[in-house]
Write a protein that binds this ligand. Structure first.
Ligand SMILES: [Zn+2]
Ligand SMILES: [Zn+2]
Length: 99
């Protein structure tokens, strides 16, 4: 996975912060939780990528014109992959089954 190659992820500061975020989310995947499923979170995702927003790399929240949002979110592996792999791909046409 491309994000694991960044040396930032091996820093003590990040590992400490990551643990804090996981603990405050009770180690639950927040995307799964939103759909009512409880899955153990193994990852902490940067909502704003650290490549584009290095100043947000160690922030738990970010603010934009709308308000304050979570910058760091606990996710399970599957949801984390989704956020990274699928968000840049063009949407696949929905296969709608009709009878
Ligand atoms: Zn999940
Ligand atoms: Zn991520």
């Amino acid at each position: 996975m491309k994000y694991s190659g960044n040396p930032f992820y091996t820093t003590y500061k990040w590992r400490k912060l990551r643990k804090e975020v996981l603990q405050s989310d009770k180690n639950e995947c927040q995307d799964c939780k939103a759909t009512g499923i409880y899955i153990k979170a193994e990852h902490v995702h940067h909502e704003k990528s650290i490549e584009k927003y290095p100043e947000l790399a160690l922030e738990k929240y970010y603010t934009d014109g709308i308000g304050t949002h979570r910058q760091l979110i606990s996710l399970c592996e599957e949801c984390h992959m989704k956020r990274h792999d699928y968000q840049h791909k063009p949407k696949e046409p929905l296969t709608v089954e009709r009878w």
